[in-house]
Write a protein that binds this ligand. Structure first.
Ligand code: FES
Length: 362
């Protein structure tokens, strides 16, 4: 393996004077609300095992329909609670039947009675919003003062929303870079034809960075699937005057397209939740909201085509970010030579907002 200095991401690729953290090893900050499952995955009276950055968590939907989250291990012999049985408003371990309530307190050991109850397990703050189950994996005392994210147009009846997501084998930072860097349209040339993105400017504030783009078509016709997602226009996927804004507001990301009249025609909210302790795999949760056209039912009819089109784009994106992760793993360091200013700002933001580095051995 070559010994390579970490670069500061500057356009000339010269090594930074002070080595900086390898972004691909920056762990995501746990003091935010993260969706860990879709509501439909956690059925009434059932338990469902999920993970956040290597931490096993069980989501329990009680018989009344409420959801709570506990660490996914029984305090007795450490077996996963997701294999247990929901009993009213609590979960009973599958092995000896120790029972935990929504706070993680052990409320029953069948063969001891309720007088000498052992310690319970950790509970996590948990909320259910718009078909997503959010958990606060960090310091529980911060949960109440940390707002849930704004999920965009999902609750607006003027929009139809596609909920999508899957596992992708890469660090979450590759996902942020991929969506924010619209210069990668070349990757999608078979799906979208030759498009040219032009950056109109970028802005940065505390905890966020965003960039505006317009697009023009250089070659070929606009595919029908793309017209459904982005709207038609004589210059291609967009009218040439429409503006796309991509924003990372840590740890979430949004992509919005507005017409020249200011109408929001597409509104994407997305987050990449690390699954393993090394954060080399993430689960993506996305809400893609499309403004309904004036003629009722048209969008419903066209929906399968829209799904097909977005799946193809996502497949290409997944393939390329996994290739980036593989390269990083082989090289053992971040050799990326980034030249686009907003991506360098994004990289800085992800480093600054990520979990602080654990102190090394004294
Ligand atoms: Fe859970 Fe014994 S291992 S009750």
């Amino acid at each position: 393996m070559h010994a390579v200095p970490l670069l500061d991401g500057s356009a000339n690729g010269s090594p930074a004077e002070v080595p900086i953290r390898d972004l691909r090893r920056v762990t995501i900050h746990p003091d935010y609300w993260y969706p860990l499952a879709w509501s439909r995955e956690v059925k009434r009276g059932k338990a469902h095992g999920v993970r956040f950055a290597g931490e096993p968590i069980v989501l329990v939907r009680t018989e009344s329909g409420a959801v709570f989250a506990l660490e996914d291990r029984c305090a007795h012999r450490q077996v996963p609670l997701h294999a247990g049985v929901v009993d009213g408003e609590s979960i009973r371990c599958c092995y000896h039947g120790w029972t935990y309530d929504c706070t993680g307190r052990c409320i029953d050991v069948p063969y001891l009675g309720r007088e000498r109850l052992p310690n319970g397990v950790r509970s996590y703050p948990c909320r259910e919003v718009e078909g997503l189950i959010f958990v606060f994996p960090g310091s529980a005392v911060l949960a109440d003062e940390t707002p849930l994210p704004d999920l965009g147009s999902v609750a607006n009846k003027a929009y139809k929303t596609r909920r999508f997501g899957r596992e992708v084998k890469c660090h979450y930072s590759f996902m942020h870079e991929n969506l924010m860097d619209m210069n990668h349209q070349f990757l999608h040339r078979r799906q979208m034809g030759q498009m040219r993105a032009r950056s109109l400017g970028r802005r940065r504030g505390e905890g966020w960075v965003e960039v505006d783009y317009t697009f023009s078509r250089e070659e070929g016709k606009q595919p029908v699937g793309e017209a459904l997602v982005f709207g038609g226009g004589k210059n291609g996927g967009q009218s040439g005057k429409d503006v796309m804004t991509v924003r990372t507001c840590y740890p979430y990301q949004t992509l919005q397209i507005r017409t020249s009249e200011g109408t929001l025609v597409m509104d994407l909210w997305i987050v990449y939740v690390p699954l393993d302790a090394a954060q080399r795999t993430n689960r993506t949760f996305g809400l893609l909201s499309i403004k309904k056209p004036g003629i009722p039912g048209v969008l419903n009819l066209a929906w399968p085509l829209l799904v097909w089109f977005t799946e193809r784009i996502f497949k290409e994106d997944r393939w390329i970010v996994e290739a980036e992760q593989e390269a990083h793993d082989k090289q053992g360091a971040d050799w990326n030579h980034e030249v686009f200013p907003v991506i360098n700002e994004l990289r800085d933001l992800l480093r600054e907002c990520g979990e602080p580095e654990a102190p090394g051995p004294a």
